[in-house]
Ligand binder design. Structure first.
Ligand code: ZN
Length: 408
């Protein structure tokens, strides 16, 4: 259903509630009839959703208003701050923690860098301390959402293979966080979290039926949302495009496959290429790969031809990833996010050229490829959105003060 953002399928209540929240957030006060019209849901469905949200204090009535159809009706207003969410992005060399409300407004955010050699327990302790500090300051936090690199095994609560992070494979995030915070914790694969953020907050829900979020950072992966629903696969590790071979005879990847896409266009792949071809562009001292990439992008912007060549070669591989996404999922839009999105217009002409050369015109002409424009990291945003969707799905299970049901 194009042009509307709700679904009448009763299996998708969380997306429907998110759609209602989104409309109330944008318009401040709105009638039930207006929400029904804008979401494409029936008035009966909206009445039911609004009743449950009013019961939990997420929505309240705001007097009589004149709706778009000129009929007088009861206005509804969002009480977004009543339920706050902590979002956590966990990446190979950094983690970020933020407090959001259910409309996606951010209250505070921290970012911490660490080295790959750091002991995982030490990094986890630092992360937990920051979360505790935020819980002390923000009393309405009802849930925590965490985005992790993949492949993430949903049923086991741990990440299966994160290249260069073997020490983390045994950490069970669900157990660690549940025991520590006594709040429901929800975990999502980082690319899925980014896709969710783009769908909910990037303004694509009304124009796209199939959205592909292409995460190109320390790792490479994709999240696919089709008509409001994330495509997860049996164990939650679908769309691991970073581990699709682009050279079946290439070097062996930690995942067991050979010549994986991630080995050619991740932030560390660009860094490695820069060390070989343009070491003069890299600042001295210990670097993180995102800093190294930024230095190469800056040099390329300034006209350093060899730096531009390195960036273009990386962009070519991002283009091959787009070709696979288009052939496998036929999206309306591909949004490129994470570290590589900082390369912006340096990357796009090469990506577009590769896609144009390698995809049939009927598909190429219909797909938009864009760099993410969200001002907050989509993965962090999406970590919070993952928990927000669960809160909106079953608000009665959540309260800032007390007990909660199963968070899995
Ligand atoms: Zn691999």
């Amino acid at each position: 259903m194009r042009g509307t953002i709700g679904k009448n399928n009763s299996d998708l209540p969380e997306m429907n509630r998110s759609a209602v929240v989104k409309i109330l957030q944008q318009q401040e006060v709105c009638s039930r009839a207006d929400i029904a019209r804008q979401t494409g849901l029936t008035q009966a469905a909206i009445t039911k959703i609004v009743a449950s949200m009013m019961e939990m204090g997420i929505v309240s009535e705001a007097g009589i208003i004149t709706g778009c159809d000129n009929r007088r009706s009861i206005g509804l207003r969002l009480n977004a701050g009543k339920h706050q969410i902590i979002g956590v992005k966990f990446a190979r060399q950094m983690f970020a923690v933020g407090v959001f409300d259910i409309s996606g407004k951010i209250y505070t955010q921290t970012e911490t860098k660490y080295s790959l050699e750091e002991n995982p327990q030490k990094v986890l302790s630092a992360m937990k301390k920051q979360i505790h500090d935020m819980l002390k300051k923000y009393e309405n936090v009802v849930s925590i959402g965490l985005a992790v690199p993949g492949p993430y095994l949903r049923d086991e609560g741990r990440i299966a293979v994160v290249t260069r992070m073997t020490a983390w494979h045994t950490i069970n995030f669900i157990e660690e966080f549940k025991e520590e915070f006594h709040k429901p914790v929800f975990i999502e694969h980082d690319a899925n979290a980014g896709a969710l953020a783009e769908w909910l907050f990037g303004g694509h829900a009304q124009s796209a039926s199939t959205l592909a979020y292409f995460l190109v950072g320390e790792g490479v992966g994709a999240g696919i949302i089709e008509r409001g629903t994330l495509f997860r696969g049996m164990q939650g590790s679908a769309c691991e495009i970073g581990h699709v071979s682009v050279d079946v005879h290439g070097p062996r990847c930690e995942c067991g496959n050979y010549g994986c896409l991630e080995m050619y266009c991740s932030a560390s792949a660009l860094w490695k290429k820069a060390q070989t071809h343009v070491p003069e562009c890299l600042p001295n001292g210990t670097l993180q790969s995102c800093d190294a990439c930024n230095a190469v992008f800056q040099a390329a912007w300034a006209g350093h031809q060899k730096a531009l060549d390195v960036v273009r070669e990386t962009a070519e591989y991002i283009g091959y990833g787009c070709v696979t996404l288009i052939n496998a999922y036929n999206p309306d839009i591909i949004i490129i996010g994470d570290v590589m999105s900082q390369g912006g217009d340096l990357l796009m002409p090469t990506i577009q050229k590769v896609v144009q050369q390698r995809v049939i015109p009927e598909l190429y002409n219909r797909v938009q490829i864009k760099i993410s424009t969200l001002t907050i990291d989509p993965t962090l945003y999406g970590a919070a959105a993952t928990a927000t969707n669960k809160v909106l799905q079953l608000p009665s299970k959540f309260s800032s003060a007390g007990k909660w049901g199963s968070g899995k």
